[in-house]
Design a protein around this ligand. Structure first.
Ligand code: CTP
Length: 424
């Protein structure tokens, strides 16, 4: 396997110390790594550390090495640029194409794929300016890794934490079609995946919504989120930028996806609508509660006050998928799910066809569920109904292999959509 010339840009945040581990991993994978820190990154980690770990000299300033035209030479020679951590400020500069330091020049002078791992406080990450900048970078084909959700530098926690160095290394190498070595084995299953979703944006909702009754109780369902997670993971392995809208998952979210955590159907609707606005594919794998309590008690509901019976009044939640399906969505492929208990195969498919039409989805994935079927299992059996109501494919096996089968159909649907709308 040939040695890549990788530039690691490091910008000024506490998480800069994790860049040391990232550089180390890339060097151990056999690559030639050049670290380009910003001035502020060097306030967190010293130049000698980066030089020792990367085994290469480290430059920061534009006016060093002018004779060798360093401000463009580093970028021109790069096969891959990874910026980790990327602060909100750096992301804004990248979006605007600013080149007031060596890193900015390196990025602009390069045609290499760019992978950016943001790290910042949640408020900064969620600020509309940052979100717009990130959306713009994604549009230009930049791979965004993370941020992860977790403990931040202060007492706060939430989305904004730098992804783990192994995840960033694996995502960066995958971006240039390299399987990570056993050091990043958690994503080794990426290796055989075709890169046919490169540059695409995929939104996946997964899990099951919870509708609160009072501060301690909710109406929920038995969805584990495993199939949705498998789809998110497979889409990422195939090169997509993935936003996972995660409703009460029983298992951890996969690495390398942007994760939006939600509880209720209304929260899920909001998060999906926002992400879907710029998506090529929306997969609604979440089990969304069709109803929610008409009112949520501020205090715990006491049985003494309710007597022997308790009547709950429920109101309809919006149908999120049908809402997306009704709106014009040229070129965006909508994928719905139907979990049905119907025992008869033909009637099961008829239910699925009717549901696909009712929701306005391009594809509908149907599986049978029961007391002992479907939920939380590691295997799944599905049929996929296409736009002409035919069964496009049937798949069974691990949720990962079913995820890839679903994405195979999605990819051909994307080609079909592009042919139908050549100006899209
Ligand atoms: N869905 C949605 N919004 C809802 C309910 C469901 O977007 N309020 C989506 C699910 O994510 C899934 C598909 O629609 O992709 C499931 O359809 P749905 O009609 O909700 O299935 P069931 O709940 O099984 O419906 P029914 O009880 O009417 O059969």
């Amino acid at each position: 396997m040939s040695r890549l010339n990788i530039v690691v840009g490091v910008t000024g945040g506490i998480a800069a110390y994790k860049a040391v581990s990232l550089v180390r991993q890339l060097v151990l994978e056999g690559h030639d790594v050049h670290v380009v820190p910003t001035e502020s990154a060097l306030r967190f980690v010293g130049r000698p550390t980066f030089e020792a770990i990367s085994r290469n000299p480290v430059h920061t300033e534009l006016y060093e090495g002018v004779a060798e035209v360093r401000h463009v030479a580093i970028g021109q020679a790069a096969d891959l640029i990874v910026i980790a951590p990327a602060t909100a400020n750096t992301i804004a500069k990248l979006a605007a194409g600013l080149a007031d330091d060596l890193l900015g020049n390196t990025v602009l002078a390069s045609r290499a794929p760019l992978v950016v791992a943001p790290a910042m406080h949640t408020e900064m990450w969620q600020h509309p300016a940052t979100q717009a900048n990130v959306a713009l970078l994604r549009e230009r084909g930049v791979t965004i890794v993370g941020p992860a959700v977790g403990q931040l530098t202060g007492a706060d926690s939430g989305p904004g934490r730098l992804e783990e160095p192994e995840t960033i290394a694996a995502a960066a190498l995958a971006r240039v079609g390299r399987a990570p070595s056993e050091a990043s084995a958690s994503t080794a299953s990426d290796a055989p995946a075709p890169r046919d979703l490169e540059g695409r944006r995929v939104v996946v909702s997964a899990g099951g919504t919870r509708e609160p009754l009072d501060p301690v109780r909710f109406l929920g369902n038995r969805s584990s989120g495993k199939q949705g997670i498998a789809i998110a993971e497979a889409a990422r392995a195939r090169g997509a930028s993935v936003t996972l809208v995660a409703a009460n998952l029983e298992v951890g979210a996969p690495a390398g996806c942007e994760v939006r955590t939600v509880q209720t159907a209304l929260e899920l609707q909001h998060a999906v609508a926002e992400a879907a606005a710029t998506a090529d594919v929306v997969v609604m794998a979440a089990a969304v509660a069709d109803y929610r309590p008409a009112s949520v008690s501020e205090q715990k509901i006491k049985k003494d006050a309710s007597g022997d019976g308790l009547v709950l009044e429920l109101v309809r939640n919006p149908d999120i998928l049908a809402g997306l399906g009704r709106a014009p969505h040229d070129g965006t492929v909508l994928v719905g799910f139907a979990a049905e208990t119907e025992p008869d195969d033909d009637r099961l498919l008829e239910l699925a066809r009717a549901k696909r039409r009712a929701k306005g989805a391009e594809l509908l994935v149907v599986n049978r569920v029961g007391w002992n079927e479907g939920f939380a299992a590691d295997d799944n059996r599905v049929a996929i109904i296409g736009r002409d109501d035919a069964v496009v494919t049937e798949a069974h096996g691990s949720k990962a292999s079913v995820a890839h089968a679903i994405l195979d159909v999605v990819v051909s649907e994307l080609h079909h959509a592009a042919e139908a709308a050549p100006n899209h």
